[in-house]
Design a binder for this molecule. Structure first.
Ligand SMILES: C[S@@+](CC[C@H](N)C(=O)[O-])C[C@H]1O[C@@H](n2cnc3c(N)ncnc32)[C@H](O)[C@@H]1O
Length: 321
C-alpha cells in the first residue's frame, strides 16, 4: 500500500508486534478506510476507542488531528503496551488516556456528549450485550460512531455449508455447539457461539460474568453473539442512527493479504450518525423517547430463537429488537 499525506504507516510503529490482526497491510488499510477517509470525524474531536487493544487506532486518531483519545480495554497487558508505545511515539500525555476494564462498566459512567466520535472496532462479536451497547450509543449522543465488526453470513448457501461443517465430531461437544437465532420470517440475525476466553483478542466477559466464574462451568469458554450485517443495521436504525456503509470492495485495494474477511464481507464497516428528527442530538429525553416509540410501532417485529444443530433448541421468544 502506498501511503499518502493523511494516511497512517503502521510499519514505522511498534503496533505491528501485536498479537491481534497486526499485519501491516491490515492495519494500514483499516486505518485508511475507517479513519483517514473520514478525517472530518476525527480532527479536533474527542474520541472514545472501545476495546482499544494496544492503542493502534487511538494512535492513528492522534496522527489525524484528534483533540483527545480515550481507550478502554479489558486486558491489562494491552493497556500497558498502549501506554508504552504512546510514550515511545512521543504522544503528549494530555492527549490520551487508557483504562483497563469492562467497556460496559465504563460506558454507564459516561455522560451524554462526552465524546464526539466513538470507535467500535472488532468488538461487537465478543459480547452477548449488543443491545445494551446500542442503548449506550443512543444515551451518549456522539456526533458519529464508526463501527467495524465481523458478521455472521446471511447468504443461505454459506450458512448451509457452515452448518454442515459444524457436524464434524469435534464440534459435537455441547460447549462447542453454535446456534442461530432467526426472525419469524426465517432471516438469521445472530449466531450464538462459544470462544476461548484465554486467547488474546477474545471476550473477557459473558453477560457481565467475570471469566473466572465462567471457568467453573465452561472451562475458559465465553459466550458470544455473532450478529449478521442485517442485525447490526436493524439495531442502529432502531436506536435512531442513520447508517452509511463503508465500501471495502469499491476501493483501490490491490493486495488483499490479511483482509479476506473484508473482501468476502464477513466483516463490515459503517458510519452511524443520529438520524435527523430522531431527537438524538442536542434534544431532550422526551423527544428521544417519542421518536423511539414511533420507531417501535413502525418497525417492531418479534424474533424467535431456533437451534440450527440440536433438536433441543434454545427456546422461545427472545423479545423484540
Ligand atoms: C478483536 S480485538 C479488537 C482490537 C481493536 N479494537 C481492533 O479492532 O483491532 C477485541 C478486543 O476487545 C477486548 N475486550 C473483549 N471484551 C472486552 C470487554 N468486555 N471490555 C473491554 N475490552 C474487551 C479484548 O481484550 C481485545 O483487545
Amino acid at each position: 500500500m502506498v501511503i499518502t499525506a493523511n494516511e497512517i504507516a503502521f510499519e514505522e510503529t511498534p503496533f505491528i508486534q501485536g498479537t491481534v490482526g497486526a499485519s501491516e497491510n491490515r492495519l494500514n488499510w483499516r486505518a485508511k478506510k475507517l479513519l483517514s477517509d473520514n478525517q472530518a470525524l476525527i480532527r479536533n474531536r474527542r474520541i472514545l476507542d472501545i476495546a482499544s487493544n494496544d492503542g493502534r487506532f487511538s494512535h492513528a486518531c492522534l496522527k489525524l488531528g484528534a483533540k483527545h483519545v480515550h481507550g478502554v480495554e479489558g486486558r491489562r497487558k494491552h493497556v500497558n503496551e498502549a501506554n508504552q508505545y504512546f510514550s515511545e511515539l512521543g504522544h503528549p500525555v494530555s492527549e490520551y488516556q487508557f483504562d483497563v476494564g469492562d467497556i460496559f462498566d465504563f460506558l454507564t459512567k459516561c455522560e451524554p456528549g462526552q465524546f464526539d466520535t466513538i470507535l467500535c472496532f472488532g468488538f461487537l462479536y465478543h459480547t452477548i450485550r449488543q443491545v445494551e451497547m446500542f442503548q449506550e450509543f443512543q444515551r451518549l449522543m456522539p456526533e458519529n460512531i464508526i463501527l467495524d465488526s465481523y458478521v455472521h453470513p446471511q447468504r443461505k448457501w454459506i450458512r448451509w455449508m457452515r452448518t454442515m461443517w459444524r457436524f464434524r465430531p469435534k464440534h459435537l461437544r455441547p460447549d462447542r455447539l453454535k446456534q442461530l437465532v432467526q426472525t419469524t420470517e426465517g432471516d438469521v440475525i445472530l449466531q450464538v457461539a462459544m470462544e476461548d476466553a484465554t486467547k488474546d483478542g477474545s471476550s473477557i466477559v459473558s453477560g457481565g460474568t467475570p471469566v473466572r466464574e465462567i471457568e467453573k462451568s465452561y472451562g475458559a469458554m465465553a459466550m458470544n453473539f455473532h450478529p449478521t450485517a442485517a442485525a447490526l443495521e436493524r439495531l442502529a436504525d432502531y436506536h435512531g442512527f442513520e447508517i452509511q456503509t463503508i465500501r471495502w470492495r469499491d476501493s483501490m485495494i490491490r493486495d488483499w493479504a490479511s483482509l479476506d474477511d473484508y473482501r468476502t464481507e464477513r466483516r463490515v464497516s459503517y458510519i452511524l450518525s443520529p438520524r435527523a428528527g430522531s431527537g438524538l442530538k442536542g434534544t431532550g429525553v422526551a423527544d428521544r423517547q417519542a421518536s423511539v416509540r414511533q420507531n417501535v410501532t413502525e418497525k417492531s417485529q418479534s424474533y424467535r430463537a431456533v437451534d440450527s444443530v440440536s433438536s433441543a433448541g434454545i427456546g422461545g421468544s427472545v423479545g423484540k429488537l
